[in-house]
Ligand binder design. Structure first.
Ligand code: ATP
Ligand code: MG
Length: 373
């Protein structure tokens, strides 16, 4: 059954209500013909007994939106066509509604401008958008803080090693100076080490920030064996502190690798540090730490650090690479996590195997530099 004209009117009104849509007609200058649909009254919280007038709408505009609307109207009434406006309307009870208005402007008789428009109450959508924006801003803030936390944790972890070295060398200097005839050459060497370690600390800060923030790396073509030799003094210091011996087993004639040298050195230092700590924390008799380079199965350069200490404690293996996982009272549990993320940035993996006949072995590969032909 098709609706009668009366039904169609009702349907239209109901549809407008559902859509929070009102319609209006008025003339500029005001010729007394003014129409607001009932929904306009409800939307703007205006008493239905009040006569419709566009001046009344202007007076309810949010103060911050008033000038913008006035300017738009004064431009629009010079011509015809369409005017789209969005503004906040402050109801008599103080509630603020977000309105999107669309007008079609045409010339009427007597030089008047006729405006036919729809007003759409989009408050709920705007509120949802605002809530989403606020949630996003909070999320950004939280992830920024998390990043800062990561940087801070990472920096403090990585800096411990050069700082410990600096302290040791400084103490050695004090002892050497206290001798009746101080050995200048030895003091000079220790001071040189202090300077080198301080430089290293600075570089670590620089790179760590880059790594965590932008994942930026500085890859250069290097010899893997040189990376090991560069940090030898740090590795030897770790070995000495744990009363273990350090052995290098560096394969000759390895292809060059394309890596961020400082980062890879950091990985080697972390692994040797862990091996040394495994001896000290288990009070084991002197053991051996081996740093080995070799050509891996797929032709890449393979680096491994192994020890013949106690090996991973039972149940620890699945968790060793988790950030903040540690079995040490003083550990941060970041050494292996940072090392793994450095290697992942190099498209490499850090893996653990039990060492034969005992102890732990950590292995990773390094990408070969492309041949220059
Ligand atoms: N060579 C190893 N022998 C035995 N256990 C090891 C060895 N290397 C790592 N582990 C175990 O893995 C855990 C995590 O190592 P990771 O380097 O990530 O942190 P950490 O050494 O505990 O703390 P940090 O490196 O901050 O000092 C260690 O606590 C230890 O239990
Ligand atoms: Mg560690």
């Amino acid at each position: 059954m098709s609706p009668t004209p009366g039904d169609a009117q009702d349907l239209l009104r109901e549809a407008q209500e559902i859509a929070q849509l009102g319609n209006t007609e008025f003339f500029v200058p005001d010729n007394g013909v003014n129409y607001w649909s009932p929904q306009v009254y409800r939307m703007l919280g205006i008493d239905p007994a009040e006569a419709p007038s566009h001046v009344r709408i202007f007076s309810g505009l949010h103060p911050e939106d008033r000038d913008r609307c006035l300017i738009a109207w004064s431009r629009a009434i010079r011509g015809t066509g369409r005017l789209d406006l969005s503004y906040r309307f402050v109801r008599a009870d103080g509630a603020v509604r977000h309105i999107e208005a669309r007008y079609r402007l045409s010339r009427a008789g007597g030089g008047n401008l006729r405006a036919v428009g729809t007003l759409h109450d989009v408050t709920e959508r705007k509120d949802a958008e605002e809530a989403a924006r606020r949630a996003q801003a909070r999320l950004d803030e939280v992830s920024r803080l998390a990043t800062l936390g990561e940087i801070a944790a990472g920096i403090s972890h990585e800096l411990n090693q050069p700082l410990a070295a600096i302290t040791n060398y400084a103490r050695a200097c004090e002892r050497l100076l206290a001798a009746p005839r101080p050995d200048h050459a030895e003091i000079g060497a220790a001071l040189g080490e202090i300077a080198a370690q301080a430089m290293r600390a600075g570089e670590i800060i620089h790179r760590l920030r880059g790594m965590v923030r932008h994942r930026e790396t500085h890859r250069t073509v290097l010899a893997a064996n040189d990376l090991v030799r560069d940090v030898l003094s740090l590795l030897e210091m770790d070995a000495r502190a744990s009363h273990s011996s350090l052995r290098l087993d560096l394969a000759p004639g390895l292809p060059q690798v394309l890596v961020d040298g400082v980062q890879i050195e950091q990985v080697i230092v972390n692994l040797v540090h862990n091996a040394a700590e495994a001896f000290t924390s288990s009070n084991e008799a002197a053991g051996e730490i081996v740093v080995r380079t070799a050509v891996g199965e797929s032709g890449q350069v393979e680096v491994s650090v192994s020890d013949n200490g106690p090996g991973l404690a039972p149940g620890v293996e699945p968790r060793v690479f988790e950030p903040f996982f540690t079995t040490k009272a003083e550990g941060t549990g970041l050494g292996l996590a940072i090392s793994r993320s450095i290697l992942e940035a190099h498209r490499s993996q850090l893996s653990y195997q039990a060492n034969e006949p005992r102890g732990a072995r950590f292995t990773f590969t390094l990408p070969i530099a492309p041949e220059l032909s």
